[in-house]
Structures are given as structure tokens and as C-alpha cells.
Write a protein that binds this ligand. Structure first.
Ligand code: GLY
Length: 356
């Protein structure tokens, strides 16, 4: 069966990304098989296991953030050159966020840009990393600090791959979906999350396909208006990330996945908004309940002894004006604003009893 084309996003330099849904892995393989030998695949040690026999030209990266570096980039570029991949060739990234980022970055610089297909295999990479054209590696201990904007020409989504994820990894992606629901201009995704909770958590394929499609439509709304994040619109997708990144870093990337930290951070941003009379209290309370209903640990408190380390991570955030860190807050459904929060209030929000 032919793959279903669900959307076309127009991104950096007017480039278009086709987002296609595959019914199953067979459907996906037959689409990718059509590219013949003009391709170089990038897997990680998890996604390589999905294949009985790997395609002839491929690189397998160690799974995880550890591979987001120059050494991996060099491996992909060397293999592409050794395999004689020309400019009309294509790099296919088959995996989660790290694989998508690495394949996209390599593709953006190989022969000054070759074709790129991304096959995101985690919920997080389906609704975030694979779409929007951001590529990056970590450098000198700083996450995502060297990279480019290079949208994939196509993103292929096969919901079947979500069945293999652990619950922790599934919730890692679902937090970004809930974040999109709050940022959406309408309430469709929010309501879908409220009424389809059982089907989502039991990973019903049809429900997940609808969920991913609705979530991507929200991301598309933000990135099409501001493809290279220079107009203060795309930045709003960072809701929950300033608090969240500080939690992730100060918990030394162990206890909290990115998504779990974003869920926690979004709830802190909602509380900040209520305290500063930016966010409607009933809206904040409802959104907090939604996160709780999906099992996120949003009542977590920063111990008094850990505050300084948490604050130091927060101060490293890139969104700063006059030395003050800016946070994305919500006035209500889909109405995001950027505001600084006084440090004593930040401290109170992360240490004292939660508001809801
Ligand atoms: N992850 C947020 C963005 O793509 O801008």
C-alpha cells in the first residue's frame, strides 16, 4: 500500500518536508527500497536490531547522547565518501533524536548538502527532532551547540516502531505532545489527550497515528512562521524547557528523562504564570492535572542543598536579555509569552509545596 502523505511543511530556505505515514515496516521498506543504492543509512545499536540484514552502505552509532559528537559525524562523512555517495545521493537516518540529528547534520555539510530522509523511531523524535530542520552535536560539554538548519526532504513515520519502546521512553515523547497541546491554537489535541488516555497508554496504533498527526500540526504552525527561530515565535516551543533543562542537568541526566523534565518544567512555568498574574488559574490547574493523569512526577521538589547547582544550570540558559533568563509562560490556551522571573520566585517554585 502507498504511504499516506499527511503534511508538507515549508521550512528554512523555503525547503519543503513531506511527512508520510507508513502502515507498517513492510510499507516503509518498500518505499525506501525505491532509492536503490544511492543511499547511506545511519542507525544506532538499537535500531540496527530491527533489521535481519543491514543494507550495504550503513553506519551504526552507539545509542544515546554519547554519539552526538564530531567523531560520529566524521564516521558518517567518511563512509559516505568511501561508498561514493554523490550529491544526488541520500542519507537516511533511522532512529531516535540522536540518529536524526547526526544524519541531518552530516547531510547538511556532505557535498554542501545532499538529500535527507529521516525515519524517527521514538515518539520524541516523531513529534520533535525529525521535523523542523534543527541539527546539532554536543561540543565541549555544551548540548546542541554546533549545528545547522537543514530540513529533511521527507520524514517517514511508522507507528509500529512505537510498540518496541519502554514506558519510560514512550512518556519521554508524550510530554512534548502534551506541551504541544497547550501551545496549540485550538483545543483539539488537548481534548484528544483527555478522552483517549487509555488508548494512548495502551499504544493503540490508530490512536497514536492521530496523536502524532495532531501534535505535528502544532509544531508545524510554529516552525513555518519562524523556520530559523529569529522572530520570537518558534522559541515558544521551549515551554517548560528552561526549568526542565536545569532539572535534567542538575539530576545529572539520570533520574529524569528529557520529557519527564519538560513535564515538570511546564508545570513550574504554569505556576509562575499564575503567581505573576499572567496565567489563568483554572487553566493552569487543568493542564497540571493532565500531566498528572499520564503519570508524570510533577510534584518533585529541589532539595535546599541542591538549589545553588539548579540555579547555576538555569543561568546557563540561552534565552537571556540583560543577563536575565527568559521563560516561556502561557496566558492561556496557545498564548505563549516570554518573561523573566525573579530568582526568589524561581527558588520558591522549585522548593516549596506545589500550587496544584
Ligand atoms: N524543539 C523545538 C524546535 O524544534 O524548535
Amino acid at each position: 500500500m502507498a504511504m499516506k502523505n499527511v503534511m508538507k511543511a515549508t521550512l528554512a530556505q523555503g525547503k519543503q518536508t513531506d511527512i508520510l505515514f507508513a502502515d507498517d515496516l513492510k510499507d516503509l521498506s518498500s518505499h525506501l527500497g525505491g532509492y536503490g543504492r544511492l543511499v547511506m543509512w545511519v542507525f544506532d545499536t538499537n535500531t540496527a536490531k530491527l533489521f535481519k540484514q543491514l543494507p550495504p552502505s550503513h553506519v551504526v552509532l552507539e545509542s544515546g547522547e554519547i554519539s552526538k559528537n564530531f567523531a560520529s559525524l566524521e564516521r558518517i562523512l567518511s563512509s559516505a565518501l568511501d561508498e561514493g555517495l554523490a550529491r544526488d545521493g541520500r542519507i537516511i537516518g533511522f532512529g531516535g533524536g540522536v540518529v536524526c540529528d547526526m544524519a541531518a547534520f552530516a547531510s547538511s555539510i556532505y557535498m554542501r548538502g545532499c538529500r535527507l530522509t529521516l525515519v524517527p523511531t521514538t515518539l520524541l523524535s516523531m513529534v520533535d527532532a525529525a521535523v523542523g530542520g534543527k541539527t546539532a552535536i554536543d561540543f565541549h560539554g555544551v548540548k546542541n551547540i554546533v549545528g545547522s538548519f537543514y530540513p529533511a526532504s521527507e520524514v517517514l513515520i511508522c507507528i509500529d516502531t512505537l510498540r518496541t519502546l519502554s514506558d519510560k521512553e514512550f512518556l519521554n515523547g508524550l510530554a512534548e505532545v502534551i506541551k504541544h497541546a497547550l501551545l496549540s491554537q485550538d483545543e483539539e489535541l488537548y481534548k484528544f489527550l483527555l478522552v483517549k488516555k487509555n488508548e494512548i497508554l495502551s499504544r493503540d496504533a490508530k490512536t497514536l497515528a492521530q496523536l502524532v498527526e495532531l501534535s505535528l500540526a502544532v509544531k508545524q504552525w510554529y516552525i513555518e512562521q519562524d523556520p530559523t527561530e529569529t522572530m520570537g515565535i518558534r522559541q515558544m516551543l521551549n515551554l517548560g524547557h528552561t526549568f526542565g533543562h536545569a532539572l535534567e542537568s542538575s539530576s545529572h541526566f539520570g533520574q529524569f528523562s528529557h520529557g519527564a523534565a519538560v513535564a515538570w518544567g511546564t508545570c513550574r512555568a504554569l505556576e509562575a504564570g499564575v503567581t505573576m498574574q499572567v496565567t489563568d488559574k483554572a487553566y493552569a490547574s487543568g493542564a497540571t492535572k493532565l500531566f498528572k493523569s499520564y503519570g508524570y512526577q510533577i510534584d518533585h521538589r529541589i532539595g535546599r542543598g541542591d538549589w545553588i547547582e539548579f540555579r547555576d544550570h538555569l543561568l546557563k540558559d540561552k534565552k537571556k536579555v540583560d543577563g536575565k533568563v527568559l521563560f516561556v509562560l502561557l496566558e492561556g490556551q496557545g498564548k505563549a509569552v516570554l518573561k523573566s522571573i525573579e530568582m526568589p520566585l524561581v527558588q520558591h517554585l522549585v522548593i516549596a509545596k506545589p500550587l496544584f
